[in-house]
Design a protein around this ligand. Structure first.
Ligand code: C2O
Ligand code: CU
Ligand code: CU
Length: 492
């Protein structure tokens, strides 16, 4: 799609915002008639030629107050959904039209570190970053987002994030719902704070830094309180938690069950039946929901109780943002085609096997405790309360050197609160969370895990990283990451 369609999209979104302003000023009876349709980011197929994106400042209507200054990837906020295919190559160009450096990381794509964007290689304003890679991984929902050192939180918050889908023709034989925008819907979940005029507010000090930036307003695919029209059948939701810090505790307001079918790295062995589900920042989960009854429903989130490690940190409701509430509404439209089915088996997944000779590492995700150690080691100049194993991120330090092709056991020790721990360029299997084996919906290949207590991972390193192009591992509370809860590895 060319520029014209982007403009049209921007204009449509603007009008949606204007309608909601009228709504706020008292035209209440039209609330339902003017409900915002869930925006579906356009799909850009990497097989159709090089993907060209522009990271740029924009103005976007979320549906609260006036439009806000934002950033987007060739969009007023967020970016298109990028479609990759297992076994095919992709060429991508991202032009930086911001007035500050940025870089773009493909979170969940298994590609060499040199082909990925990272804090190490900022792209200067006015310049273009080009990358090419071959996609070799099973079907999965991944994403891409800004990752410049120290400004990741602010840039992602402003809108620099988008979804990515890896398609695998083999997996299509499942018969799962797979028509993008009809019965296969992206849901990019975020929370945001707005000022009285409707402008985004971003802070990264005080409580917003300790707990990560949170807001009282929920935003789905860039708008507040949208309605999704779905067929009277099975619908797949590709859920991404793209919030800076907030965990979403998802459930339908009629209590209906749903099936989790995939996690970060792709399909589970078999569908896992659930009635509620916690998704942490950076995590993706695909679920299948049955709408054949024709009844509409709301998807809601409970309060973020998972953030606090019992009794460690006093957390007030004000700091955590709004406790709970609706995210979006689904309405059944019988005119839409319903075709999908839910298979019993999804994928062969190797049984996790822990060989005793594996390298073991412990990673303490530190808040505050590392400040003392940090200040004595660095004379206070680089002291940050956030770090891993007592050390804040240092771009000139390689923390670990795992063997390319090898596996290691990583023991994640979260301090003060639970932290969503993420590794670039690798997938892991969860061996234990808080002494327990993972629940069925987390028993697949993962790249991000909410460490609600001591968490044991079996990490598989299959992509090369070097001193010049290392891979990161970090807490996906972006304010924690920006403040230093990040390390890096190269493979040997
Ligand atoms: Cu979404 Cu460094 O990660
Ligand atoms: Cu990542
Ligand atoms: Cu953290």
């Amino acid at each position: 799609m060319g520029k014209g369609s982007l403009k049209r999209l921007g204009r449509r979104r603007f009008l949606a915002g204007a309608a909601s302003v009228a709504l706020l000023s008292g035209v209440v009876s039209r609330a339902h008639a003017q409900a915002r349709a869930l925006p579906i980011p356009r799909l850009v197929d990497s097989a159709a030629g090089p993907i060209r994106l522009e990271a740029a400042g924009a103005t976007h209507a979320f549906g609260v107050g006036w439009p806000s200054p934002t950033m987007g990837y060739s969009s007023t906020y967020l970016g298109p959904t990028l479609l990759f295919r297992n076994g095919r190559s992709a060429d991508i160009e991202i032009r930086n039209l911001l007035d500050e450096p940025t870089s773009t990381h493909f979170h969940g794509l298994l590609i060499p570190a040199a082909a990925d964007g990272s804090p190490h290689h900022p792209v200067a304003p006015g310049t273009t970053w080009r990358t090419s890679f071959r996609v070799a991984q099973p079907a999965a929902t991944a994403w891409y987002h800004a990752h410049p050192h120290g400004a990741t939180g602010r840039q992602v918050y402003s809108g620099l994030a988008g979804l990515a889908i890896v398609e695998d023709l083999d997996a299509r034989r499942h018969g799962l719902p797979a028509t993008y925008g009809i019965d296969d819907l992206p849901l990019i979940l975020q929370d945001r704070a707005f000022d009285a005029e409707g402008r985004l507010v971003y802070l990264n000090r005080g409580p917003a830094m300790m707990m990560g930036m949170r807001g009282a307003t929920f935003v789905v695919n860039g708008v507040v309180d949208p309605v999704a029209r779905v067929p009277a059948g099975l619908v797949r939701l590709r859920i991404l938690n793209a919030a800076n810090a907030r965990n979403f505790d998802l459930a339908f307001d009629d209590g209906r069950p749903f099936a989790a079918i995939a996690t970060d790295g792709g399909y589970l062995r078999e569908p896992a039946q659930l009635r509620s589900l916690v998704v942490a920042p950076g995590e993706r989960v695909e679920v299948v929901v049955d709408f054949s009854s024709g009844l509409g429903v709301r998807l809601e989130t409970g309060s973020d109780t998972t953030a606090a490690l019992a009794g460690r940190l006093p957390i007030s409701g004000r700091i955590m943002g709004r406790g709970s509430g609706p995210l979006l509404r689904f309405e059944v439209d019988r005119a839409l085609p319903a075709q999908g089915r839910l298979p019993d088996r999804l994928r062969e997944l190797a049984t996790v096997h822990v060989r005793p000779e594996l390298v073991r590492r412990t990673l303490s995700l530190d808040m505050g405790t590392s400040m003392m150690r940090g200040s004595s080691e660095h004379g206070g100049a680089h002291a940050s309360p956030f770090g891993i194993n007592g050390k804040p991120f240092d771009p000139n330090r390689i923390d670990f050197e795992p063997r390319l092709g090898g596996d290691e056991i990583w023991d994640i020790a979260p301090q003060m609160m639970s932290h969503p721990f993420h590794v670039h360029g690798a997938m892991f299997r969860i061996l234990e969370i808080d002494g327990e084996p993972p629940p069925a919906h987390l028993a697949g290949e993962k790249d991000t895990v909410l460490a609600t207590g001591p968490t044991k991972l079996l990490v598989s390193f299959r992509q090369p990283a070097t001193t010049e192009h290392p891979f990161m591992f970090h807490c996906h509370v972006l304010e924690h990451e920006d403040a230093g809860m990040m390390g890096q590895y190269r493979t040997i």
